[in-house]
Design a protein around this ligand. Structure first.
Ligand SMILES: C[S@@+](CC[C@H](N)C(=O)[O-])C[C@H]1O[C@@H](n2cnc3c(N)ncnc32)[C@H](O)[C@@H]1O
Ligand code: SF4
Length: 304
C-alpha cells in the first residue's frame, strides 16, 4: 500500500528480497503495479478508527471495496487486469488487504492458491493485524508469500486499550488491556516468525495524535530488533470512535517520519489504498471500464 524513498539502514540492506520491485517495499512505484483482491470481509479485532464498506465506489481509503469477491471471481478480475494493455504489463504484486483481515478469512488462502497456479510469476503479499500470523505463517510460507505488512498501533496494553475496541481469539472476545496485550504478543511473535520465514516485513502504524503518538518511535525500535525491514506511519483518517479528531497534517507526518527514519526505513508513498485498488499507486485502473457484464450487476453478501 505504499512505497519508499528508500534510504536504507543496515538491517534492510542485506535482505535477499529487498530488490524485489514491490512498489510498497521500496520498488519503483511509478513502474511496478499491484492489485488488491478484496476477498477478505471479516475481521477478528475492532480498531476504533476502522469503518469498512463493501459496496462503495467513491471513497478512496483502506477498508472499502465496490464488492467482495469470491476466490474464483478474484482470479477472473486478475485475468481481466492482466489483459489491460498498461496494467497487465506493469503488474508485479497481488496483495490481499481486506476489506477486513486477510488471515481471518479462509478465502485468502484459496485465492493465493489460485493466483500461484495461474500467475506464478507474480509476487504475493498481504496486510494483517497480526493476530493469526504466528499460527498461519507456515501456510503462507508454503504458498510462497513474499511480503507481509503487520499493522501495530500500540506498544503497551494501556494504549492498545484506547485504540482497539475488542479482539477475538480462540473463540473468545477480550476487551480493554487484556485484549490489547494478547494482540500485541501475537503481533510480535508474528513479525519474528515472518522474518524467520524469510519474508519481507513492513510495519504499518496509524498515527493518532494524543492517543498513541508517543509510542511511534519506541515501536520502530522494537520491530527493528525483530528484523522488520520497513515502517509505514499512516495519518489517522478520522472515523469511528476517532471521528472528531483532527487528521495529522503533512508537516507533522513529515516530522515524525523523519525522526523514525533514523531507526527504520520509512515508506513515504503510501496511498492508503482501497481494498480493491489495481494498477500503479496513484494511477489506479478504472475497473468499471474492464468489467464483464456479470461483475457489473452482481454484489456479494458479506459476512463482515
Ligand atoms: C483496512 S486495513 C486491511 C488489513 C488489515 N486488516 C490491517 O488492519 O492491517 C489496511 C490498513 O489501513 C489502515 N487503516 C484502516 N482504517 C484507517 C483509518 N481510519 N485511518 C488510517 N489508517 C487506517 C489499517 O490500520 C491498515 O494498516
Ligand atoms: S484489523 Fe484492519 S480490518 Fe480489522 S478493524 Fe483493524 S483496520 Fe479494520
Amino acid at each position: 500500500m505504499s512505497a519508499s524513498s528508500c534510504s536504507r539502514s543496515s538491517n534492510q540492506a542485506g535482505h535477499p528480497n529487498n530488490q524485489s520491485g514491490h512498489p510498497c517495499f521500496g520498488g519503483d512505484h511509478q513502474k511496478a503495479g499491484r492489485i488488491h483482491l478484496p476477498v477478505a470481509p471479516g475481521c477478528n479485532i475492532k480498531c476504533g478508527f476502522c469503518e469498512r464498506k463493501f459496496d462503495c465506489a467513491n471513497e478512496n481509503r483502506p477498508g472499502v471495496t465496490s464488492r467482495v469477491l469470491s476466490p474464483t471471481e478474484a482470479l477472473d478480475r486478475l485475468r481481466l487486469v492482466m489483459s489491460h494493455p498498461v496494467g497487465g504489463k506493469n503488474m508485479r504484486v497481488v496483495g490481499i488487504a481486506g476489506p477486513g483481515d486477510p488471515l481471518a478469512n479462509e478465502n485468502t488462502f484459496e485465492t493465493f492458491r489460485l493466483v500461484k497456479k495461474h500467475f506464478p510469476h507474480l509476487m504475493l503479499c498481504l496486510s494483517t493485524n497480526g493476530m493469526l500470523l504466528p499460527e498461519r505463517i507456515d501456510e503462507l510460507k508454503e504458498l510462497g508469500v513474499h511480503s507481509v505488512t503487520v499493522t501495530i498501533n500500540a506498544l503497551t496494553p494501556e494504549v492498545g486499550a484506547k485504540v482497539y475496541e475488542w479482539v477475538r481469539a480462540d473463540g473468545q472476545r477480550y476487551n480493554g488491556e487484556a485484549g490489547a496485550k494478547l494482540l500485541l504478543a501475537r503481533q510480535m511473535a508474528g513479525v519474528e516468525a515472518a522474518v524467520a520465514a524469510d519474508m519481507l516485513v513492513k510495519i504499518n502504524t496509524v498515527y493518532i495524535p494524543g492517543i498513541n503518538d508517543h509510542e511511534t518511535l519506541p515501536l520502530a525500535v522494537a520491530v527493528r530488533k525483530l528484523g522488520a525491514s520497513m515502517m509505514n506511519i499512516l495519518p489517522l483518517i478520522p472515523q469511528g470512535i476517532f471521528h472528531d479528531r483532527e487528521r495529522p497534517t503533512d508537516l507533522v507526518m513529515d516530522l515524525v517520519r523523519n525522526q523514525a527514519e533514523s531507526i527504520l526505513t520509512q515508506a513515504r508513498h503510501c496511498g492508503q489504498c482501497r481494498a480493491d485498488a489495481a494498477g500503479l499507486i496513484g494511477e489506479d485502473i478504472d475497473l468499471c471500464s474492464l468489467k464483464k457484464p456479470s461483475e457489473v450487476s452482481g454484489r456479494l453478501t458479506c459476512t463482515g
